[in-house]
Design a protein around this ligand. Structure first.
Ligand SMILES: Cc1ncc(COP(=O)(O)O)c(C=O)c1O
Length: 386
């Protein structure tokens, strides 16, 4: 007898992962000495964890510190350090009691969504979007509502777009800098959106995972503008610790205990050893800022070079490590286009279809978090390939 499967069993793949698999396969099939595949599809820093974080983990293991469960919201010392970070970076006072350490930002999303929304609730976000927002919401029975954005609003949502929604959504996800467009909301824009959400009973979730990776625009946290916003952040990007799987949330008072109960049941805690390392990463500013400087150089190089390679309609790349290119002048099938670019130029990039189900066929996302020399080599290869 056929067994039933649940709603989550039909979650679509995160297609970037399929592109990564194709790039791995191509690299493995290359003859010895052939130029390597340049990886511009991945969204993870090419650098490792900062030395101080690694040293803290090594010391904890060497000392034989037992690595058990921590409290569901994490080590008290790490929570205090994250709260202090809120003060240091944004001048915002955050009580450590509102900080929840999570299994990456990815682990924060189901906790936040389950605590804030019910099945059937409508949660708005800009298109293009980070695919797991939609896929997790859908698996949980919530309804993603798309706000179609373009270069005119730097791929970010506006209050005017929200005002047009009828009925009003129950929630809104914003990301600044965002993935895939790499664009930002100015502090005043974020404040306006946060105030609109509060005035309209809309729960704001602000994904701030790319904070620290911003190049020429000012930065603000939603925690500065709304006591009811949920802020999500992570050690995966600026802190260069993707595989350590540590993120955090700053929670509004009303959701602290509900999220704690969910976290106790769903995860027990984030990995203890990784929490120790993450806390030490706050003392690694010089190394982390050197990474940011390298991203900035790669970004500047690509923004200069890509137009000469036939990619002349680019997002402004204000933050994160992504450039979103409108390739409609060259293709209406970005998946096939990326497959050809990989096969013929040896450059892997992500087709926009993952991020935008209606217009994604005309966009490609280039990620520039790989080695600097690779980014220069990619520009040279793409210029020859055009
Ligand atoms: C916008 C955004 N949010 C969240 C995540 C998840 O990050 P992690 O779970 O590694 O903290 C990513 C990863 O690429 C991302 O791009």
């Amino acid at each position: 007898m056929a067994l039933k499967t649940g709603r989550g069993a039909s979650a679509p793949p995160f297609l970037v992962m399929d592109v990564i698999t194709a790039a791995n396969a191509r690299q493995a099939a290359l003859p010895p000495g052939a130029p390597h595949v340049i990886r511009m599809e991945v969204g993870q820093p090419g650098t490792g964890a900062p030395a101080g974080a690694v040293a803290a983990a090594q010391a904890a293991l060497r000392d034989g510190r037992p690595m058990g469960y921590t409290e569901a919201f994490g080590l008290a010392s790490l929570r205090a350090r994250i709260a202090a970070h809120g003060h240091d970076w944004y001048g915002v006072a955050v009580a450590p009691a509102r900080v929840a350490v999570t299994v990456g930002a990815s682990g924060a999303f189901p906790l936040a969504f389950l605590a804030a929304f019910d099945p059937g609730d409508r949660v708005a976000m800009a298109t293009p979007f980070y695919p797991p927002y939609v896929n997790i919401l859908t698996a949980l029975g919530m309804v993603p509502v798309m706000l179609e954005t373009g270069p005119d609003t730097r791929f970010q949502p506006t209050v005017a777009m929200l005002e047009r929604l009828d009925p009003r959504p129950d929630g809104l996800i914003v990301a600044s800098p965002c993935n895939p467009a790499g664009t930002m909301l100015d502090p005043a824009e974020l404040a306006t959106i946060a105030h609109w959400c509060d005035a309209n009973g809309v729960r704001l979730i602000s994904d701030e995972i790319y904070h620290g990776l911003h190049y020429d625009r000012p930065l603000a946290t939603a925690a500065a503008f709304s006591p009811s916003a949920i802020v999500v952040n992570s050690f995966s990007k600026y802190f260069s610790m993707t595989g350590w799987r540590i993120g955090w949330m700053v929670l509004p008072e009303d959701l602290v205990r509900p999220v704690e109960c969910l976290a106790q049941n769903m995860f027990i805690s984030a990995p203890h050893i990784a929490q120790v390392a993450a806390e030490a990463a706050f003392d690694c500013t010089a190394e982390l800022e050197a990474n940011v400087a390298a991203y900035r150089r790669s970004r500047d190089l690509l923004l200069r070079a890509l137009p000469g390679c036939g990619f002349d309609d680019l997002s402004p790349a204000e933050g994160a490590f992504y450039i979103y290119a409108d390739v409609s002048g060259r293709t209406n099938d970005s998946r096939a286009f990326c497959a050809r670019m990989l096969a013929e130029a040896g450059v892997a990039a992500s087709p926009g279809v993952d991020f935008d189900r209606t217009r994604g066929q005309r966009f490609v996302r280039f990620s520039y978090c790989g080695p600097e020399a690779d980014m220069a080599a990619a520009a040279a290869r793409l210029a020859r390939w055009r």
